[in-house]
Design a protein around this ligand. Structure first.
Ligand SMILES: CC(C)(COP(=O)(O)OP(=O)(O)OC[C@H]1O[C@@H](n2cnc3c(N)ncnc32)[C@H](O)[C@@H]1OP(=O)(O)O)[C@@H](O)C(=O)NCCC(=O)NCCS
Length: 176
């Protein structure tokens, strides 16, 4: 039987985090870098297990996105992954059901940067692609973030204005 745990930041033991990192790295493949895992650490963790086995994982990390003069309290989804032999059996949807509950309860909007092969997974859940300009607020001011690989998806109660930039906060590694 699959069990779902919602772990607050810092609650998972080191061994649980190691198991999660291994699962996520295996699911994403070699393009997954150290910073990508660090980006998932400070969040609320959704952990699916069966007995001692970790089956699926995801994180909702607090970030601030700025848009049209507003600072949006954002639940940023990172490191969503299902163990390879369990994919396609509904576990990814369970991870996202819980991640979205966290976003709706604690944040104004949800955001994530989808890998190309997973865009359909998020789109069918009601996440919408951001078609406007993206920027990041860095130590030296606001910079444009033109990355072909970025596919930003949003979960918003009200649509944002694609005519105004969406500005993320700064972090090491990939900004989005
Ligand atoms: C993407 C991933 C998390 C999906 O998890 P999953 O357990 O395989 O997906 P589910 O079985 O819960 O699928 C839920 C629904 O989404 C659909 N779906 C699943 N993966 C999809 C994809 N890549 N594209 C489009 N639709 C997809 C399923 O058909 C299903 O539809 P249904 O509700 O009509 O039956 C999983 O395949 C995975 O870990 N991939 C590797 C890592 C990755 O890409 N993570 C996302 C990074 S942004």
């Amino acid at each position: 039987m699959v069990e779902v745990a919602i772990a607050e930041p810092g609650e998972l033991a080191a061994a649980q985090l190691e198991a999660a990192e291994s699962l996520v790295r295996a699911a994403f493949g070699p393009s997954f870098r150290s910073h990508d895992w660090l980006h998932a650490l400070d969040g609320v963790h959704v952990v699916l297990t069966a007995g001692d086995a970790l089956l699926a994982f995801g994180a909702v990390v607090p970030r601030t996105l700025r848009h049209n003069g507003r600072a949006l309290d954002t639940g940023y989804v990172e490191a969503v992954a299902v163990r390879a032999d369990q994919q396609g059996s509904g576990l990814g949807a369970v991870v996202m059901d819980h991640a979205e509950n966290v976003i709706r309860a604690r944040h104004e909007v949800g955001a994530l940067n989808a890998v190309e092969s997973a865009t359909g997974f998020y789109a069918r859940r009601g996440w919408t692609p951001w078609t406007g300009h993206t920027q990041a607020a860095g130590p030296a001011g606001v910079i444009d973030t033109y990355a072909d690989a970025d596919r930003i998806y949003l979960l918003c109660p009200q649509p944002l204005d694609p005519g105004a930039a969406l500005v993320c906060d700064w972090r090491p590694g990939d900004l989005w």
